[in-house]
Design a protein. Structure first.
Length: 286
């Protein structure tokens, strides 16, 4: 293809999508305008800034020119984050799950600027007022929502779970949220929290420390955020999964009732575990 050399005086670096049959004029126009093929970044749930950053870079899920090291360095730079009103613990509270588009040769700073714009758009005056009515600012609401997100997938339970933690917070009780302990271990598939886990020293351990953890334990869904903002007025302080293992949850306002349901749950859990062990023993070769 013959192109006048003057056409390339000011091409813009980047990644471009060249289509079959593209005219010389269209090609030059695209290169000079910087009309790049965009990187699609769909964020559903991210647990840590390290895992989020690890997805950045050539050939990775988020195929940017910059790499994971550059991204995590930016997220760990307190001076860079100050402009967004967050620190290295709360920075992930800026991420609203959605699909974003960026140029391939974007930068961590530009990416965060877009996320911050989306965050401010989401946190309109109505949502800020709802958070304030719960005694929370937007960042605190995001942290609370991250706990709700990790506690339950059941839409019908999210509001009541949120009300439990809001009530505990208002009464000066420790949140005692198992997902915060799981976050400390970084084993996000951890099935059962033990006494050893509850003693892990960390500011994120809500069994040991009062108040909210220093930052979110995941990027919560819109549904979980809204469950915090619109949490029903209840007197619930405790909850536990149904001992019938039917997907339901028992919410209670006093410790005696809660402990009763906990005992029933553990008894059924142990019974099922024993049954599985016996079945395996019968099936084992003799």
């Amino acid at each position: 293809m013959g192109l006048p050399c003057t056409s390339f005086k000011k091409p813009k670096a980047g990644r471009y999508l060249f289509k079959d049959g593209m005219s010389a004029f269209s090609l030059v126009k695209m290169l000079r305008s910087g009309d790049q093929a965009l990187v699609k970044m769909t964020i559903v749930k991210e647990w840590t800034k390290e895992l989020f950053s690890a997805k950045m870079g050539s050939g990775k899920k988020f195929d940017f020119q910059f790499d994971s090291l550059q991204m995590i360095s930016y997220l760990n730079n307190a001076d860079s984050l100050r402009a967004y009103g967050v620190d290295t613990n709360t920075v992930m509270s800026l991420i609203i799950p959605d699909t974003y588009f960026h140029k391939w040769n974007s930068s961590p700073e530009k990416l965060m600027q877009q996320l911050y714009t989306a965050y401010n758009r989401f946190w309109n005056e109505d949502r800020k007022a709802k958070a304030a009515a719960q005694g929370l600012n937007p960042q605190q609401a995001m942290i609370m929502a991250s706990i709700v997100e990790e506690e339950t997938n059941r839409k019908n339970d999210k509001g009541n779970v949120a009300s439990v933690y809001i009530n505990r917070l208002k009464q000066g009780m420790r949140l005692q949220a198992d997902p915060t302990v799981k976050f400390i271990t970084r084993n996000f598939q951890l099935g059962r929290i033990t006494g050893v886990h509850l003693k892990l020293e960390s500011p994120y351990n809500t069994y040991l420390h009062e108040g909210l953890p220093p930052g979110p334990i995941c990027t919560p869904s819109i549904e979980s955020i809204e469950s915090v903002l619109n949490a029903p007025q209840t007197d619930y302080l405790f909850f536990v999964a149904s001992y019938k293992f039917d997907g339901n949850t028992f919410f209670t306002s006093n410790l005696d009732d809660h402990n009763k349901y906990v005992r029933l749950f553990h008894a059924e859990q142990n019974r099922r575990a024993d049954s599985i062990r016996k079945q395996k023993a019968l099936q084992a070769p003799k």
